[in-house]
Design a protein around this ligand. Structure first.
Ligand code: DWN
Length: 409
């Protein structure tokens, strides 16, 4: 149940150079329900290519979004305090910089459980969320955040405008990488944005992915991995202008993009474009040793975990994250090495990591069972997790951080 693209997801070019294959892997967020434990977890090929025309890095397989973001999708943004703090800070900046008030409209694409829009709603600023995943959308509505359970694109944008809804601010965090119809999605943003409106978009930065070898953030939900050089022409193609770029540490390194209907590009855009050209990020050569570096980390991580096990250590893991599914399955770390994974997200507890079938439990089990080591799969939140698990550490527990280089702390 997947398709392979005929051309680049942004510019359509067929000049796509392969840069990495992660083989056949399960769906990263396809956590296995105990009731379904009999069946085989479907696996899909996962291959990454570089567009020689527009320098967009992308996965060539498309698994239908209806499969990825259905009832079984249990990613809830609110289970990370750091993500909530990050989002609140962004919201407060926007409220001030855009003078948002009761006459405004803030529209969020992939609004999940309302983790972001609640910051505006509590200030009586009208909001509307759009998210196709039933679970998170339901949680948002229960939290009083108006949410449409739908996929965003041109058609939905036109119907919102027909209802008189145009946005002062469009927020799109960690969704621009997920949409198969990339051009339709960006066209939809132009349609629904007020002329003096702004779209604020966050997406992982391909340079961090490659330089820090964050191979486990490559999975079927993430179709594109962006550079500013690949993004600027994408927005321009839809009469939008990339006016400012910020770099953020969240999720292993992300870009925050400020996009408008008028060309008011700030220096940050020019300096990123120049720096990317100077560093070679726009050339295929930049990506040619990536696969070798990924194999090296995978081998190093597997041997590190095996050595600990052979010494008689008991090992658990923290964070039933999408990236965890890829790291464990593509490295071959299964129930022979890891006893259980813990996660604060109650919707994930009691399920299994697909493929390797490691059980997921509540984080309190760490201090109860006291495994000798905890492999931190949600390494992007390692500081928050290690602070939270200070009790486990004081009792002698140790953490193994897998990316960018396996290290015990
Ligand atoms: O694009 C996406 C990125 C942004 O987030 C989504 N498609 C899916 C998701 O990817 P992920 O699952 O790899 O993301 P996280 O946010 O790194 O997942 C962290 C996991 O760890 C979550 O299940 C929540 C959990 N967690 C926890 O149990 N205790 C996280 C923190 C911070 C904690 O203290």
């Amino acid at each position: 149940m997947h398709e392979v693209i005929a051309g680049c997801r942004s510019c359509g070019s067929t000049a796509l150079e392969p840069i990495l294959s992660l083989g056949e892997v399960p769906l990263a967020d396809g956590l296995v329900d105990a009731s379904r434990s009999e069946g085989i977890d479907p696996r899909y090929p996962l291959n990454v290519a570089f567009c020689l025309e527009c320098s967009l890095v992308q996965v060539v397989e498309t698994v239908s979004p209806e499969v990825l973001f259905d009832e079984t999708y249990v990613y809830y943004s609110s289970f990370s305090d750091e993500l909530l703090r990050h989002s609140r800070e962004n919201a407060e900046q926007l409220i001030v910089s855009r003078s948002l008030g009761p006459e405004s409209l803030v529209l969020e694409l992939a609004s999940n459980d309302g983790y972001m829009l609640r910051n505006f709603a509590e200030r009586k600023i009208p909001v509307l969320g759009i998210d196709p995943a039933p679970g998170p959308a339901r949680a948002a509505r229960e939290a009083g955040i108006p949410t449409l359970e739908a996929f965003f694109g041109e058609e939905l944008a036109r119907s919102l405008v027909a209802e008189g809804k145009r946005a002062d601010v469009v927020i799109a965090n960690n969704v621009l990488a997920h949409v198969p119809d990339l051009n339709g999605f960006v066209e939809g943003i132009r349609i629904v944005l007020k002329d003096d409106g702004i779209a604020v978009i966050e997406a992982p930065y391909v340079r961090d992915l490659i330089d820090r070898c964050e191979f486990d953030t490559i999975y079927h939900e993430h179709l594109c991995y962006y550079s500013v050089s690949a993004l600027a022409p994408l927005f321009a193609r839809h009469d939008l202008s990339l006016n400012r770029v910020d770099h953020l540490p969240i999720h292993g390194g992300s870009l925050r993009l400020f996009v408008g209907t008028r060309d008011e590009a700030e220096d940050s855009v020019r300096s990123y474009l120049e720096e990317e050209r100077r560093s070679g990020l726009t050339e295929a050569a930049y990506y040619r040793d990536f696969a070798t570096r990924v194999r090296t980390i995978q081998r190093h991580l597997l041997s590190t975990v095996r050595e600990l096990k052979e010494k008689g250590s008991r090992i658990a893991a923290y964070g039933a994250a999408a990236k965890g599914t890829i790291l464990l399955n593509s490295t071959g770390i299964g129930t022979d090495l890891i006893d259980f994974v813990v996660d604060r997200n109650v919707h994930k507890q009691g399920r299994f990591v697909p493929g390797v079938r490691i059980p997921i439990d509540d984080p309190s089990r760490l201090e109860k069972d006291m495994p000798d080591y905890v492999l931190v799969l949600a390494w992007n939140f390692k500081d928050e997790i290690m602070r939270q698990q200070d009790g486990y550490r004081r009792k002698g527990g140790r953490f193994l951080i897998p990316v960018p280089e396996p290290v015990v702390v």
